[in-house]
Design a protein around this ligand. Sequence first.
Ligand code: AMP
Length: 535
Amino acid sequence: MSRIIGIDLGTTNSCVAVFDSGSGPRVLAGSANRRTTPSVVAYTGERNSGDVLVGEKALRQAVTNPKRTVMGAKRLIGRKVNAKDVGWFARTAPFRIVSAPNGDAWVRVDDTPISPQEVASHVLRELRTQAEEALGEPVTRAVVTVPAYFDDSQRQATRDAGTIAGLDICRILNEPTAAALAYGAHRVRAGRRIVAVFDLGGGTFDISIMAVEDNVFEVLATNGDSALGGDDWDRVLIDHWVDSIFDEHRVDLTSDPVAMGRLKEAAEGAKRALSSERSASIQLPYLHAAHGPEPIHIERKITRDQFNALSADLVERLKAPCYGAMNDAGLVASDIEEVLLVGGMSRAPAVQAAVESIFEQTASKAANPDEVVALGAAAHAGILAGDDEEATLLDVAPHTIGIKVGSTGFAAIIKRNSMLPVREHKLFATNLDDQEFVEVEIYQGESDTITGNRKLGQVRLGGLPKGKAGTVRIKLMVTVDVESILSVKATELSTGKSAQVRITPSGGLSQDDLEEIVEKRRTEAMSIARPPEDD
Ligand code: AMP
């Protein structure tokens, strides 16, 4: 059996790690010792040629090839094109987002519609190759992390991306659970502890409040801002310098994509420097040559205080989601025993100061906040492989599962955060005389009505014995296994007659779609491996 790797498949950056028995999890670096890989896929070459660049190489050419460079595919995976956040993303993304025949959000490059599962699979394949090179052995199994709020279809679509990349996804793990595991939140002391996982990455902000007890990680509440991340802090610096260049040279740099690309890189570098230095400077010789006799050379200096003043609004936006999450969990700052920092942008001092004021305590920092989620995924992989004998980590159901009652009501059967595997039953009776069949519709979600929840399927039990309303009794048994597969069985109690459904979540692609994509990839890989024949 090959080793199981742990993958943090991020919106902006991804990371891969492995668990070594004895020494614990470690990041598997790629070429040039890069420890994270931009989650960017660029379609290059002729139309439909299948040529793709992934990671750093894709990012480097993004400004000059914006329509064919896909970033943030994680915002689309397993989602409908009419979902609220998808609309916002479609308006801001430089590439096209379209509707698949089933309403799923896909991207369109040139004339070809591409599922986000396929885009993500390129990133997963890159990480898989990176892991194989670092380990010197083939890798076919992985634990992949997803945000705690991902629903069944987003989780399944992530699994499907793994299948396309040739990876068997052994487990989908919640990102805050992975982070808490890597931080060792379950080892601090016995008993129930409440921790907050504050995750500010390149493009998204997630806050999760968790209870940790006996190696069980329970997500009590999540909140966040899917349109807030490190990129916004970069943009503040870019805008500042674009304005100052305009004032000085009367040149609008925004119409020069190459100059804007260089400025973005410099701004991000300056932002990072300001996390440890009081000031930073940028030097961009020959930044813009298109107008006037002299090319424009730029040198600028910025202090941390100036940067903090420019980005104060962004820091302010971190507060409401944190208070919202505490409120939803019925907790206040003094109930939170530890705050764990995750995501590269959590390194910024102004962000850490905001965390301190919100949670009234100093947060715990990992050596590399952009690696902890992958390290946690690898730690979980170690547990699954039996390499880590000490820990047994239990998963919980991420959503409430229940049935339709009346015309729009929802009755919960399995409560959100129940430990997996879980089985619950409910007894009910017919409500008509000589009723011939019952049909039970199964939903997931936290709303009291079915309209706010998502339908998963239905089970129909026919051939009921004759009897007055309320006398024929049916037992409904709902089971969710450790792989989150749901099965529902309805049994008529006097005859023992039963009907059952097994509901495997759908990520939008059918089994046939998946097989077709896998086959297409295989043919492409073979034609790349085989050198062109001389004629
Ligand atoms: P992640 O998505 O977790 O990889 O986070 C990426 C974001 O973290 C990007 O916006 C980076 O610019 C930002 N980042 C990484 N290191 C630092 C740092 N030292 N200071 C401020 N931001 C950083």
